[in-house]
Design a protein around this ligand. Structure first.
Ligand code: CMC
Length: 383
C-alpha cells in the first residue's frame, strides 16, 4: 500500500464509486431516489413505478409503466430447477439460504454478460425482480407444508406477493401498506448487499449470480437480517413491563439492540418514521398489539438512555418497525429478510446496470501486516 492510500476499516466514509440512483443524507435523516424524497414516493408511487424509475432513470409515461408492469406480470413463474430446489431444501434451512440458491439457479440458462446490451440487461433484471417475489412466497409456503400458489397476472406486485403467501387476495389497505414497505426498502446507496452486488457484477459475472451474492450479504444480522432479530428480541422480552429494564441491561452489558444504529444516519432513519406511522394505524384499528407495545418501550427507552451519552447518534433504522407490521399481516418472522430482498432486488439490478455503463473491476488494496521475509520450514523441523 502506498503512503497516499487511505485505510478505513469497513470502508467507512470511503467513496467507492458514483451513483445517481439514491442518496442517504445521514445528518438530516433524508433518503432520495433520483432526487425525489422517499416520503413523496411512498405517498404517491408504487413499487412497479419506483422499479422502473430506478432502472431507467426517469419516471415512466403511462404506456411505459403499463408495458413494464405487464412484463413483470408475465415473468412471475419459476423455472423447474428453481422449484426443485425449493421442494428439496430441508424445511429447517433458513429461507435466505434457499433464496440464494434459487436465484443462483436462475443463472443456469443465463447467457454471458453483454455490457453494451443495456435493454437486454434490463429485461433480465425485470425477470429477476419478478421471479424473486414468487421464490420468496414459494419458499415460505413449502416450509409451512402448504401447496405452492401460482402467481395471478391480474394482481399488482404487492397484492400478488401477499396472495401467493396466504392464498387469499389481501385487503386494499394491506396491499397498499406492503407496497409502501417495498418502496421504502428498494434502494439505499452503497449498503453492504448493494456493494456486494456491484463487486461481483464488476467482474462481468452474470446478473443472477451477482444478485445471489447480494442475498448472502443481506442475510446477516448487521444488515437485512436485523428485521428478523428485532422480533426475536421482542419475543424474548416477552412482556411490555419487562422492556425498559431489558434495554438498560442491554446497554450496560454492551449488547447491540437490533434495529438501532446505522453507518450513515446520525438521526432517525426516514424509512423508520413512515413504517412506524403505518404500523400505528393498524394497531389503532386492532386496539392493542403486544409486539408493538414492547417495541415502543424499547424504542423510547433507547432514545432516552442514549441521549444521556455520547452515543446519541444511534437511532432506530428501517428494520426496527417493519417486522411488527409484517407480523400483523400474518407473516412469520423468518420470512422478513427475504421480503427485504423482494424490494431491494430492484436497487441491486439498477446499480449493476448503472455500473456496467462504465465498468471497472473493484479491486481495493490491502494493508499487509504479516511478516516481510519469512522462510519455509520443512515439516520435520517444525516444533
Ligand atoms: N445497540 C447498541 N449499541 C450500538 C448499536 C445498537 N444497535 N449500534 C451501534 N452501537 C454502538 C456500538 O456498540 C459501538 O460502540 P463502541 O464504540 O463502544 O464499540 C458504536 O455504537 C458504533 O457502532 P458500530 O457497530 O461500530 O457502527 P457501524 O457503523 O460499524 O455499524 C450497524 C452500523 C448498523 C452495523 C450497527 O449499528 C449495528 O450493528 N446495529 C444493529 C443491527 C441493525 O439494526 N442493522 C440494520 C442496519 S440498517 C438496515 C440495513 O442495512 O439492513
Amino acid at each position: 500500500m502506498s503512503d497516499s492510500s487511505v485505510f478505513s476499516k469497513g470502508l467507512a466514509g470511503i467513496v467507492a464509486d458514483a451513483t445517481s440512483i439514491s442518496q442517504v443524507q445521514g445528518e438530516v435523516g433524508r433518503l432520495i431516489y433520483r432526487g425525489i424524497s422517499i416520503e413523496e414516493l411512498a405517498n404517491q408511487s408504487t413499487f412497479e413505478e419506483c422499479s422502473f424509475f430506478s432502472l431507467y432513470g426517469h419516471l415512466p409515461s403511462k404506456s411505459e409503466l403499463n408495458q413494464f408492469t405487464l412484463e413483470m406480470k408475465t415473468q412471475r413463474n419459476l423455472p423447474k430447477q428453481a422449484l426443485s430446489i425449493i421442494e428439496n431444501a430441508p424445511r429447517t434451512a433458513h429461507p435466505m439460504a434457499i433464496l440464494q440458491a434459487v436465484v443462483a439457479s436462475l443463472g443456469f440458462d443465463e447467457g454471458c454478460v453483454n455490457l453494451k446490451n443495456e435493454q437486454g440487461n434490463i429485461h433480465k433484471a425485470i425477470q429477476l425482480i419478478s421471479k424473486l417475489a414468487t421464490a420468496v412466497a414459494s419458499i415460505s409456503r413449502e416450509r409451512r407444508g402448504l401447496a405452492l400458489i401460482a402467481p395471478r397476472p391480474d394482481l399488482s406486485h404487492a397484492e400478488n406477493f401477499l396472495y401467493m403467501m396466504h392464498g387469499q387476495i389481501p385487503s386494499k389497505e394491506d396491499s397498499r401498506m406492503f407496497d409502501i414497505a417495498l418502496i421504502l426498502h428498494l434502494d439505499h446507496d452503497f449498503n453492504a448487499s448493494t456493494f456486494s452486488a456491484r463487486v461481483v457484477a464488476s467482474t462481468e459475472a452474470k446478473l443472477s449470480l451477482s444478485i445471489s451474492a447480494a442475498i448472502g450479504a443481506l442475510s446477516g444480522p448487521l444488515h437485512g437480517g436485523a428485521n428478523e432479530k428485532v422480533l426475536e428480541m421482542a419475543d424474548s422480552i416477552g412482556e411490555p413491563e419487562k422492556a425498559e429494564q431489558w434495554v438498560r441491561n442491554a446497554l450496560t452489558s454492551k449488547t447491540k439492540v437490533m434495529g438501532f444504529g446505522h453507518r450513515v444516519y446520525r438521526t432517525m432513519d426516514p424509512r423508520a418514521k413512515v413504517l412506524r406511522g403505518m404500523l400505528e394505524s393498524i394497531v389503532e384499528q386492532k386496539g392493542h398489539d403486544k409486539t408493538y407495545e414492547i417495541l415502543r418501550i424499547v424504542h423510547d427507552t433507547m432514545i432516552e438512555e442514549l441521549s444521556k451519552t455520547s452515543k446519541d447518534y444511534i437511532w432506530p433504522n428501517v428494520d426496527f418497525w417493519s417486522g411488527a407490521m409484517y407480523r400483523l399481516m400474518k407473516i412469520d418472522s423468518i420470512d422478513f429478510t427475504p421480503i427485504f430482498a423482494v424490494a431491494r432486488v430492484s436497487g441491486w439490478c439498477s446499480h449493476i446496470i448503472e455500473m456496467w455503463r462504465d465498468n471497472k473491476i473493484y479491486r481495493p488494496a490491502a494493508q499487509y501486516v504479516g511478516p516481510e521475509d519469512a522462510s519455509y520450514i520443512p515439516m520435520e523441523k517444525r516444533s
